[in-house]
Design a protein around this ligand. Structure first.
Ligand code: FES
Ligand code: FE2
Length: 392
């Protein structure tokens, strides 16, 4: 249970809020590269409560700038994307990806006025078809974590963009520290719907759940592993909740990273990056930017259809309320992962307030190597294998 005040502390993400300041110390997925095209190289995005425009200029550089022009506030979303920046549609001020004002067509160039303008802008880096942005203090910009499934080439990559989640980001993240939810929310739901493949892996009796706090140079999180009762049951690969807003999870055909980017306090955009390694380690042919699939969670009546994991999860998270009222909850032994995550979040908010760097962020270029999330000794195909075993 949290007081109303504690709940706000952990959930609010806008500029200047304690959790917002913490979240701004990490890189966030703001779009999939495939969402921008030559015909439409720009996208309006709201991230951590800030209204921004993402664009790719004709030289291929990505920019993420405040939507309102620094001159008199017109929307840069309607601006002209040019070779070296974006030009406001109103009076033509032009900004580069660093927010430098590089042209003011109707000002005296000798006055040097443009040099006094710094338009709010954030760095964007493309990695494996995802566009990551850093919205914190420039001098604190950490390494962009090089997750193995993003960096590795020996697999098929895809990006799922989920229907906007209409609730606060913390509900999604608490779920990632809540491994008991898969039994009823996913397996039981699918079984009662008559789905043949109701994911028997999650339908087994649990004997225990291990949680371990992990703090590495370029990431931190909570490593989880479910241990099932009985002999000769498939062992789940340990997989972490990655602080502050990512889940790494083995899936039927490989692995996935779920990035939960807060749009504002009440909405969250989930990107699911999927990686299916080839069995022989070969490098498959695939598009430069992974293909995108849009995942709907609701039916035509606006109700959750519950036909897939995303819809089931979103149902549980959204129905907790726009921001779950944690003053009326009753946590039990099964929620110890949730309690652990909240403590980590609270501690890291405090660390940033004390002027320290938050866990799992490093600016050291010598510590920028690939991060191995996939555990050796566990088959990527264990889910399918477990099912085949049961059906045999
Ligand atoms: S409002 Fe953008 S140039 Fe005037
Ligand atoms: Fe789930």
């Amino acid at each position: 249970m949290l007081t109303q005040e504690e709940n706000e502390l952990l959930t609010h993400v806008g500029p200047g809020t304690p959790a917002g300041q913490l979240l701004r110390r990490y890189w966030h997925v703001v779009a999939a590269a495939g969402e921008l095209s030559d015909a439409k190289p720009k996208k309006r995005v709201r991230i951590l409560g800030e209204d921004l425009v993402l664009y790719r200029d004709r030289s291929g550089t990505y920019g993420l700038v405040r939507e309102r022009c620094s001159h008199r506030g017109a929307s840069l979303y309607y601006g002209f994307v040019e070779d070296d920046g974006i030009r406001c549609p109103y009076h033509g001020w032009k900004y580069d990806a660093c927010g430098k004002c590089i042209e003011q067509p109707f000002e005296n160039p000798e006055a040097g006025y443009k040099d006094k303008i710094q338009h709010p802008a954030y760095p964007v880096v493309k990695l494996s078809g995802l566009l990551f942005a850093y919205m914190g203090p420039p001098e604190k910009k950490p390494n962009l974590p090089k997750w193995d499934i993003l960096v590795r080439q020996d697999g098929v990559k895809k990006v799922d963009i989920c229907e906007v989640l209409q609730c606060n980001w913390l509900q999604a993240m608490e779920n990632s520290a809540d491994p008991t939810h898969t039994y009823y929310l996913h397996s039981h739901t699918l079984k009662l719907k008559g789905a043949k493949d109701f994911v028997p892996f999650h339908y087994q009796t649990l004997s225990k759940i291990d949680f371990e706090l992990v703090i590495e140079p370029n990431w931190a999180g909570i490593q989880k592993q479910r241990v099932f009762a009985g002999d000769e049951v498939a062992v789940e690969a340990p997989h972490p909740l990655i602080f502050p807003n990512i889940l790494f999870v083995p899936v039927r055909s490989g692995y996935a990273l779920h990035f939960r980017t807060p749009i504002n306090d009440l909405n969250t955009q989930v990107y699911q990056f999927r990686f299916s390694p080839t069995k022989d380690g070969s490098i498959p042919e695939q598009p430069k930017d992974p293909s995108i699939e849009y995942v709907g969670t609701k039916n035509a009546d606006g109700e959750f259809h519950l036909d897939n994991f995303a819809s089931q999860d979103h149902m549980a998270w959204e129905t907790q309320g726009p921001i779950a009222d944690r003053a009326i909850e009753h946590l039990g032994e099964g929620d110890r992962g949730v309690i652990m995550f909240r403590k980590l979040l609270r501690d890291q908010i405090q660390a940033v307030q004390n002027g320290q760097d938050p866990a799992g962020t490093s600016m050291d270029p010598t510590k920028d190597e690939m991060i191995q999330l996939i555990h050796e000794g566990y088959s990527a195909f264990s889910f399918a294998a477990a099912q085949e075993q049961r059906e045999a």
